[in-house]
Ligand binder design. Sequence first.
Ligand code: ZN
Length: 212
Amino acid sequence: MNCHICNNMCETFVDKKTSIVYYYCPNCEYIFKSPECHQDLNTQKERYNLHENDENDAGYQAYFQRFLDFILPLLDKPKTALDFGCGRSSLLASLLKKEGIACDYYDPIYHPDTLEKNKKYELIVSTEVFEHLHQPKEVFESLLERLEEGGYLAIQTQFHPNDVEAFKKWYYHQDPTHIVFFTPQTFRVLCQKYGVEFIADNGKNMVLLKKY
Ligand SMILES: [Zn+2]
């Protein structure tokens, strides 16, 4: 199997607990579950409906605030933003509005009809979305098309430990809706491929990229 990000030949390993086969790309460090693990939208929705993300919950707000505390100091005051894959809640969009940034939100399951066809943004944020994507490269490309020149793409997804034994013990891939996994290197390779500037990562779960 070739890597879906950089087309390099992948290595494979199996998690004996689940018998799931994983593909690992040594070039861009992308890991993906064998395609039969990919779920359709309805199956995913059943699982997402169990998520208790209460907008009034202080922990949930603090969680988004950590994301904003990382990205906002690195930006030059964007006026427009899109929260791509917001889930049921528009809380992150509300927090951005408080910062003076007009924010739209979109989710393929909960808010599927909110995108204007040719509207572009100065900032696109996407938190805990990329690990669910069957085709992250294609989604990455479509988000770049929605960015203004000089616009920013900020992504949150847990970086995997880049070590097979540590990966097997890692909690994040045990969620059946999490099917693909990244490190900052994966995003660096995507940036090179699409001529995007890699601005920063936080070493844990956030990257900030800039379209020229
Ligand atoms: Zn690769």
